[in-house]
Design a protein around this ligand. Structure first.
Ligand SMILES: *[C@@H]1O[C@H](CO)[C@@H](O)[C@H](O)[C@H]1NC(C)=O
Ligand SMILES: *[C@@H]1O[C@H](CO)[C@@H](O)[C@H](O)[C@H]1NC(C)=O
Ligand SMILES: *[C@@H]1O[C@H](CO)[C@@H](O)[C@H](O)[C@H]1NC(C)=O
Length: 235
């Protein structure tokens, strides 16, 4: 009797186990239709193929923001929107506009053209201004989008322009062509006075030879100082 019980009990366990594994295996059934493979998207490759973005490509590379973009595309579900200024946008800037920028400002300028969410062409009607870019948010980083009919206008407070073309779009990356470089207020208008006195005291201290760390900090702002010049020379 006891043996029979054990026998049927083990059958019960066996069936229970079998039932569970099969239903569990079935339950996360994929939604109908094949899931689109999300292969690596290479922003530089797309821009290269489109042509007319040589300067922007060089800036993305020299600021090393290109590898950031590609890894972000792989890691986030928010996607990215990039406003890519054409080569003629860069050449129509006054020469001294970019030549005076520090490396940090150059990074900020490029980041200002990148929005950390995917915005499809039809979503521009409903976005909330100002858009948040990789450069930051707030009054000194305004990037407003207004639409009228099918045209999309962009205003930064310094630059007014219109999206002139869609370079690329899928479901998580959109690249739009703009015919002007988007200039953020933060770089091209005077900054509010910085807390200068603190800097002055560290500077006098740094004169002792063993304060090497301060020297390093002082240098970083100018580290990419000649970047624009190098780019102009095709380095
Ligand atoms: C967009 O820009 C064009 C040309 O600069 C201008 O005529 C139009 O009024 C602007 N539209 C909006 C909604 O700002
Ligand atoms: C951008 O939009 C915000 C909110 O509507 C507004 O306060 C700001 O003045 C606008 N800035 C520019 C440069 O258009
Ligand atoms: C940009 O457009 C706004 C509104 O149309 C205008 O008030 C402003 O002066 C323009 N700015 C530039 C730099 O053209």
């Amino acid at each position: 009797m006891k043996q029979q019980f054990l026998f049927s009990f083990s059958f019960f366990i066996f069936f229970l186990f079998f039932y569970c594994t099969t239903t569990l295996a079935q339950s996360p059934a994929p939604a109908p239709g094949p899931a689109p493979p999300r292969g690596p998207t290479n922003v530089i490759k797309i821009l290269k193929k489109a042509g007319q973005f040589k300067t922007f490509i060089r800036l993305l590379k020299s600021t090393q923001l290109d590898s950031n973009l590609n890894s972000q595309l792989g890691n986030t579900n928010n996607g990215l929107t990039i406003f890519a200024p054409s080569d003629s946008a860069f050449s129509s800037l006054k020469k001294r506009t970019l030549s005076s920028l520090t490396g940090q400002e150059m990074v900020e300028l490029v980041q200002f053209h990148i929005v950390p969410t995917f915005i499809s062409a039809t979503q521009f009607d409903t976005v909330t201004n100002p858009l948040k870019t990789h450069a930051g948010s707030g009054g000194r980083f305004q990037l407003n989008v207004t639409t009228s009919g099918s045209s999309v206008n962009i205003s930064t407070g310094l630059t007014n322009t219109t999206i002139s073309d869609t370079v690329y779009t899928d479901d998580h990356l959109a690249i739009y062509k703009v015919d002007k470089v988007l200039l953020p207020l933060d770089i091209f208008t005077p900054k509010p006075p910085a807390p200068a006195p603190a800097l002055a005291t560290t500077k006098t201290k740094a004169e002792t030879p063993d304060e090497e760390e301060d020297e390093v900090h002082k240098d970083t702002s100018g580290a990419f100082g000649g970047l624009w010049g190098q780019l102009q020379n095709g380095v």
